[in-house]
Design a binder for this molecule. Structure first.
Ligand SMILES: C[S@@+](CC[C@H](N)C(=O)[O-])C[C@H]1O[C@@H](n2cnc3c(N)ncnc32)[C@H](O)[C@@H]1O
Length: 259
């Protein structure tokens, strides 16, 4: 009995691993998360059972995986990005293991670096940032999951997952704790997908800029000097500037961020 926990990558279906795609194509049950590309779900064999986890709690998912494995099914659990980065993959492995079921984890391309990259932003860059701090804005029970004191003084790049809904509170909190309000910052929504949108602004203007651009989840927040490199790198998508912020789609052009 084995369950495969497969990382689906950040959104673009072409960014799954070869091993991940092979497993999807040979499974007989595919249990997939909301952010997984539909194209990857369609890769499962015609007769395979497809179960979206829309309405299932984590506990129900754990039970389902155990039941399916015990019934002798070839189960692929397909999760957005990488299963072990804010993916609750560890919890699923623990639950399976407690039930005596083995699991194989197939890593995925995480949004962590892939989504900024798709907006032309390298999260590290020699001479600019040699340190990355990763955090999730939503914690257990709806609490703000961030240690703002630690984040405000962390050097290098901050990458914040699940933070769009509380961006105001997060940005105010960082600035109140000493973060430079002029730090370059970006919100990248639906990264690596055709509908990708990027908003670039000085940190103190980012929440208003994101609202003005009507960006919606899923989105990643990147804070740090690396954001300015988007102007220099070929991978930078096209932007339209208005005032002192800029909004980008995926096509390559350049614009300047004013402060
Ligand atoms: C539960 S976490 C999953 C992270 C995933 N395991 C990974 O490794 O990338 C979901 C969060 O990832 C980010 N995210 C997922 N897909 C994204 C995308 N295509 N563009 C921007 N952010 C994305 C958002 O912050 C979203 O709220």
């Amino acid at each position: 009995m084995i369950v495969y926990l497969v990382g689906a990558g950040p959104g673009d279906p072409g960014l799954i691993t070869a091993r991940g795609l092979e497993l999807i194509r040979t499974c007989d049950v595919l249990v997939f998360d909301r952010l997984v590309a539909r194209e990857l779900v369609d890769e499962a064999p015609v007769g395979a059972m497809r179960i979206g986890r829309e309405t299932l709690s984590q506990e129900e998912i754990n039970r389902l995986l155990i039941e399916l494995a015990r019934a002798g099914r070839i189960v692929v659990r397909l999760k957005g990005g990488d299963p072990f980065l804010f993916g609750r993959g560890g919890e699923e492995v623990e639950a399976l293991s407690a039930a005596g079921i083995r699991s194989e984890v197939v890593p995925g391309v995480s949004c962590l670096s892939a989504v900024p990259a798709a907006a032309g932003i390298p999260i590290t860059h020699r001479g600019v940032s040699a340190q990355v701090t990763i955090a999730a804005g939503s914690g257990a029970g709806g609490a703000l999951g961030l240690d703002l004191d630690a984040l405000a003084c962390a050097p290098g790049t901050l990458v914040l997952f699940m933070s769009l809904g509380r961006l105001d509170e997060i940005v105010d909190g960082l600035i109140a704790r000493g973060k430079d309000p002029l730090t370059p910052a970006a919100v990248i929504a639906s990264g690596t997908r055709a509908e990708q949108r990027t908003v670039v602004a000085a940190l103190h203007k980012l929440p208003a800029a994101a609202v003005a651009a009507s960006v919606v989840a899923p989105a990643l927040v990147v804070i740090g000097d690396v954001v300015e490199l988007a102007d220099e790198l070929d991978a930078a998508p096209s932007r339209s500037s208005s005032g002192n912020t800029s909004v980008m789609s995926r096509k390559p052009t350049v614009a300047t961020m004013e402060r």
